[in-house]
Design a protein around this ligand. Structure first.
Ligand code: ZN
Length: 85
């Protein structure tokens, strides 16, 4: 649900529709590495081969993620399932 919203809105928080739940029903997310609870927006970049997509040039595919504001770690739960190792 969370990742779905982020993708739909391209990390533009002002466009995130208001969820009809109280914040005390939500759970905090902390950095897996350092426990920090503040995250900044970032993007993973993947390259799609021009052969694969049938285009003239390779394409960059940005994948929005949140990174820890202290150590830069990206929690595995923020990654698309295909990219989890
Ligand atoms: Zn961290």
């Amino acid at each position: 649900m969370f990742l779905h919203l982020v993708k739909l809105n391209n990390l533009n928080m002002s466009n995130v529709p208001k969820l009809n739940i109280s914040l005390d029903k939500t759970t905090p997310i902390a950095c897996e590495e350092c426990g920090n609870t503040v995250f900044t927006e970032g993007a993973l970049l993947r390259k799609a081969s021009k052969i694969l997509i049938g285009a003239q040039q390779d394409a960059l595919v940005p994948i929005p993620v949140f990174t820890c504001s202290k150590c830069g770690h990206v929690n595995s739960e923020f990654l698309p399932a295909e990219l989890k190792s």
